[in-house]
Design a protein. Structure first.
Length: 500
């Protein structure tokens, strides 16, 4: 075993693209006979104020069958309100660490303390394939660093021998057996053991079916390693779309329904002016760009990139909490501004972000009016805002607006009527016992119903004109427990627009 001490203060800051990163001195190995192993241990300390990414180059000789990396770091006690140590990890192969990810071979964040890569297999979160000769780079992400600094130890083990056979990936199909034009239920933000979740794809598939879902979207943090592992989960009754949760230091964004095998880089902040490039990467790969939990309070979760590149926004993430209420209010402000300025509007979505028990898959879920149960049709329904969010499959909504001459429109549509035309807004609800209905417009909340009966079913109507309300959207809320704040959401619709 060979030890190598890295003192970060003696190194030079290397700028790659727009993202600052620190590259340390190389770790070298000598060739060995088949079946033999060689190990190197690297130790160092990262101070507060370290760059977002620190790369440890590893010179890999020819004839390597497997590379294995293990790491640990200290977690000293810190005062209340002070960030402690958190160190993420991943790896890039000999193709390099340039922004864009050509050399990307995996990322586990802080979810694992070790990983391996071989031609035929790899740890979840990592991409199997040959361990080729050249300079590989272990990527460290010091998410937070305590005032005392972050001391780490990395152990790299190379096993020599003939590589295993590369397995050709098989991906889930892009369509399932649908019902033609219909409302389809889905959960577009889920995590398996391919990132920091604790469930297998098979377990998630079973929970999705039990929740009454028609489609799901995979969204592992900063890796596409799980894409081939969903083929056996999909079926005629469940469409599995593939994606990624692009987890930057300035917010998270779900790439929804990208082409199989698509990787989208995350190594940039808002100030680097790189988000637009990677949003376009998502769209070129056939996906949608959906900022996730934009007002979540976790470190790095707050959304800082704006909504100019977004196709939809996640306003409800998991159990309804105050940060969802803030996200909903923020979305409403964006909606009002777009309406008044005549710009395209931004649809809302909701997803579970389920990781492990007791997280509930399908709570909430986005219910989409689509022409069929295919990736493209579901995406088109989401992009057009023909959708509503429900806390479970027990809740169904039918939301329409009708004019005096037979005109009518549904969720995401426009009722073309003169400004003084009487309009009847109607919401039919099932599965929402003792909930109240609120109609929200560009002028705020203009109608609140009495509580629905214990059966959970009811019809609520309200009359207005396009001059009084440029749009109307519906909220179904649980009874307020106490205080002036509204109760938690049970369901939420995208708006219907009124007027020509």
């Amino acid at each position: 075993m060979c030890d190598d001490e890295h003192h970060i203060r003696r190194r030079t800051l290397v700028v790659t693209g727009a993202a600052a990163a620190l590259t340390l001195g190389s770790v070298t190995f000598a060739s060995a006979a088949d079946g033999e192993e060689e190990t190197r241990t690297i130790r160092g300390t990262l101070p507060t104020g370290s760059p977002d990414f620190v790369y440890v180059p590893v010179e890999v000789p020819s004839g390597v069958r497997e590379i294995k990396v293990a790491y640990a770091y200290d977690r000293p006690a810190v005062p209340v309100g002070t960030a402690g140590n958190a160190l993420d990890i991943g790896i890039f192969d000999e193709r390099g660490t340039e922004l864009g990810g050509e050399g990307f071979r995996g990322w586990s964040g802080g979810a694992r303390t070790e990983f391996f890569i071989r031609a035929d297999e790899a740890t979840p979160g990592y991409i199997p394939g040959p361990v080729r000769e050249g300079t590989w780079s272990i990527a460290l992400g010091p998410y937070t660093v305590a005032p005392q600094g972050l001391s780490y130890e990395i152990t790299v083990t190379l096993t020599y021998g003939e590589p295993g056979e590369v397995v050709e990936p098989v991906y889930p199909p892009s369509r399932a057996k649908g019902r033609g034009r219909a409302w389809y239920r889905g959960d577009c933000h889920l995590h398996s053991w391919h990132s920091d979740g604790r469930r297998t794809p098979a377990e998630i598939g079973a929970l999705a079916r039990a929740a009454g879902l028609d489609f799901i979207n995979t969204s592992e943090h900063n890796t596409h390693s799980g894409h081939p592992h969903w083929a056996d989960v999909a079926g005629d009754d469940l469409l599995v779309m593939l994606g990624e949760e692009i987890t930057t230091r300035n917010g998270h964004v779900v790439a929804l329904g990208t082409d199989p095998g698509t990787f989208v880089d995350w190594r940039y902040r808002a100030r680097d002016n790189r988000f637009g490039r990677f949003a376009r990467r998502v769209r070129r790969a056939g996906g949608l760009v959906v900022p996730a939990h934009p007002h979540a309070t976790c470190v790095g979760c707050g959304w800082r990139f704006g909504f100019g590149e977004a196709d939809a926004v996640e306003v409800w993430n998991g159990p309804y909490t105050p940060d969802d209420e803030v996200a909903l209010a923020d979305w409403d402000s964006v909606l009002v501004a777009a309406t008044r300025e005549g710009r395209a509007w931004l649809p809302a979505m909701g997803s579970s972000d389920a990781h492990r028990d007791p997280d509930v898959v399908g709570s909430p879920q986005t219910v989409v009016l689509a022409d069929d149960l295919t990736r493209e049709a579901i995406q088109e329904g989401i992009r057009a805002g023909r959708s509503y969010i429900a806390e479970s499959s027990r809740i169904s909504l039918d939301f329409t607006a009708a004019g005096g001459k037979g005109e009518h429109a549904g969720i995401g549509g426009r009722l073309k009527a003169a400004s003084d035309t009487p309009v009847t807004v109607r919401l039919a609800v099932t599965g929402a016992a003792r909930c109240t209905v609120r109609f929200v417009t560009d002028q705020g909340v203009l109608f609140t119903s009495a509580a629905l009966p214990v059966t959970g079913s009811g019809v609520v109507e309200w009359r207005t004109t396009p001059a009084y309300a440029a749009y109307v959207r519906a909220e179904v809320r649980h009874e307020t427990a106490a205080g002036p704040l509204p109760g938690a959401l049970a369901a939420l619709t995208n708006p219907i627009f009124l007027g020509r």
